[in-house]
Design a binder for this molecule. Structure first.
Ligand code: ADP
Ligand code: MG
Length: 578
């Protein structure tokens, strides 16, 4: 084949592979354009998780009629005129490739009008080819509709995940952008239902309430640091409010949602270090304002990565501002107005089946911070011993391990892993025999979710119910839990467990329902058991016995070992007795 320059349409279709991998990218690019246009109000409508329709309407500066065609031309932008402009970039876009890339793989309609007299203009394209253009009589601003995305790129279509997953990704992008741009009002309708309604505000916490819910917002403290080239505004969870999921971590640099990156992620976790049980995560909404010349945003096509020229200094500032806020909690306490709808904490009734026999001390704070048991009688390092046949419990160490022996040697059992294994097998057993024992809550618990987790919840209601959760939708982005599986005991937060279960559901590829339920059960078991308790002798003994009765006693459901065996022979050998 002789060398030839590719036609523009082909170039755009190829470029689309980089810029528009999935519907969420389209939503992001369109909203960013609206933000760049100085809009104060943005409305998004989605159909079929963005595959059938993505519509973004704004009240921004509009595109002049004679420039609309340029807007869908590759490398045409109104945001920079040369490379040097990147140094002082304040806009989200600058590459001038979003609109042509999206147009190349969809049916697109652009309607736009600048303020002032005269009509606007509209342009319809299919697969990047102009189909129609005409005067448009709408209000000032821009309306862009992207229909039948990927209709002409079947390969791309094949790589899309389930509708739930794609919708989730879209909603996550919207969560991020709407948190970052709290001064802009957002309204999002997905398949006819309101997924987000967030009026513009000057107070970041109000936006956090609208997007992530009042429950989460009420666990936050605030820290603010001003420095000659940097301003940090952090909303972070109190020490005792760590979460089982990472999805409540947001970083915005000059209004651009970005990944934390190794360095800032480290700063965040270091600040919490002593107070973060393993598997728990801080929630954080962090706004950084920095001189654009101090950062490089052009290191990745989706602009998720940012490079700092003063990385070490920024690390220190972020670390110290979080650390000092955590150290003086009362001074930074935020006042989140109460919502009367919220029935409040889970209070479990004493009804229903007896709890799993491995019940842990009541002294554990609901929040998940380990507290030493005060009123139980913990095992003494050398107590008389509780006989279970040839097996015998010798003691407990570090509030984490049970030390036992049997005729063959010594056993060191990880209490947490063992309890998880036992609970998991009970729960799975009840589910398989369609006999999950429910534990009604005294007060049904209303759980506020982010738009993305709520969408995962609506899609997963049936699965959750099959896993023994009595759950229903309760208004915008809120679900109501009225019963939980009794096997989970009562030392866990239904809200936290649900969030992690939903996270597990939304990340899932197309797998059979039974596998999903197994995963839900595994996640719930993990959440419902906390380590670090002094165990009364009787409980330690029960745990030991029940573990030995399990089908797979040697590992927890996540694959961690439950016990370490040191045989009599090994001991003898070690002490040179043989
Ligand atoms: P970029 O944002 O990188 O400049 P895009 O392809 O996303 O490139 O957009 C091309 C141009 O179209 C923008 O530079 C801008 O001038 C114009 N444009 C796109 N969307 C809007 C909008 N919602 N309001 C006003 N102008 C817009
Ligand atoms: Mg753009």
């Amino acid at each position: 084949m002789p060398i030839s320059i590719l036609p523009e349409e082909t170039i755009n279709k190829i470029a689309a592979g980089e810029v528009v991998e999935r519907p969420a990218n389209v939503v992001k690019e369109l909203i960013e354009n609206s933000l760049d246009a100085g809009s104060t109000s943005i409305e998004v409508e989605l159909k079929g998780a963005g595959r059938r329709l993505i519509r973004v309407r704004d009240n921004g500066s509009g595109i002049p009629a004679d420039e609309i065609k340029l807007a869908v031309t590759r490398h045409a932008t109104s945001k920079i005129t040369g490379f040097d402009d990147l140094e002082k970039l304040h806009s989200m876009g600058f590459r001038g490739e979003a609109l042509p890339s999206i147009a190349a793989v969809s049916n697109m309609l652009i309607q736009s009008k600048t303020p002032g007299p005269g009509p606007g203009w509209e342009l319809a394209l299919s697969g990047g080819k102009i189909k129609k253009e005409a005067a448009w009589a709408g209000a000032a601003g821009t309306n862009i509709e992207v229909a039948e995305l990927f209709f002409n790129t079947p390969v791309r279509e094949k790589f899309l995940k389930s509708e739930t997953t794609e919708r989730n990704r879209i909603l996550k992008i919207i969560e991020e952008l709407s948190l970052a741009w709290y001064k802009v009002s957002f309204k999002v309708i997905s398949d006819g239902r309101t997924a987000l309604e967030a009026p513009r505000t000057n107070i970041p916490l109000e936006r956090i309430i609208d997007v992530l819910g009042r429950d989460f917002a009420s666990t936050l403290i605030h820290a603010e640091v001003k420095h000659p080239f940097l301003k940090i505004d952090c909303y972070i969870t109190k020490r005792e409010n760590s979460l089982p999921v990472r999805s409540y971590q947001f970083l915005f640099i000059n209004g651009r949602p970005v990944n934390f990156g190794k360095s800032l992620m480290h700063a965040l976790y270091e600040a919490y270090r002593e107070n973060l049980p393993s598997g728990r995560h801080p929630g954080a909404v962090i706004f950084l304002e920095i001189d654009p010349s101090e950062i490089d945003v052009n290191i990745h096509p989706t602009k998720r990565e940012v490079r700092f020229s003063k990385e070490q200094q920024i690390y220190q500032l972020v670390y110290t501002s979080i650390k000092s806020a955590l150290n003086k909690t009362p001074a930074t306490e935020l006042n989140v107005p109460c919502d009367t709808i919220n029935a409040g904490q889970a209070v479990r009734t004493e009804l229903g089946e007896p709890r799993a026999r491995v019940s842990y001390s009541e002294a554990i704070a609901k929040s998940g911070i380990f507290a030493p048991a005060v009123n139980s009688s913990p095992l003494q390092p050398e107590f008389a011993g509780h006989d279970t046949g040839s097996k015998r419990i010798i003691g407990q160490a570090f509030n984490l391990y049970i030390i036992a022996r049997d005729s063959e040697g010594l056993l060191i059992i990880d209490q947490h892993a063992a309890a998880e294994r036992i609970r998991y097998e009970k729960y799975i057993g009840q589910w398989q025999s369609k006999d999950i024992v429910l534990q009604p809550l005294l007060f049904p618990e209303n759980i506020e979710l982010s738009p993305s987790l709520f969408s995962a919840a609506s899609a997963g209601l049936e699965l959750l119910r099959e896993a023994g959760w009595e759950i229903g939708e309760f208004g915008t982005n809120t679900v109501r839990v009225s019963s939980v599986p009794a096997v989970l005991g009562n030392n866990f937060s239904a809200g936290n467990a649900l969030k992690e279960m939903l996270e597990a559901l939304s990340e899932e590829k197309k797998i059979p329902a039974a596998e999903k339920i197994e995963k839900l059960i595994r996640t719930a078991c993990h959440l419902s058991i906390k380590g670090g308790d002094a165990l009364p002798e009787k409980e330690a003994s029960n745990l030991f016995e029940e573990l030995l009765k399990c089908r797979a006693p040697n590992t927890c459901p996540h694959g961690r070992p439950t016990m370490l065996r040191i045989s009599r022979g090994e001991l003898d050998k070690h002490f040179s007795r043989k």
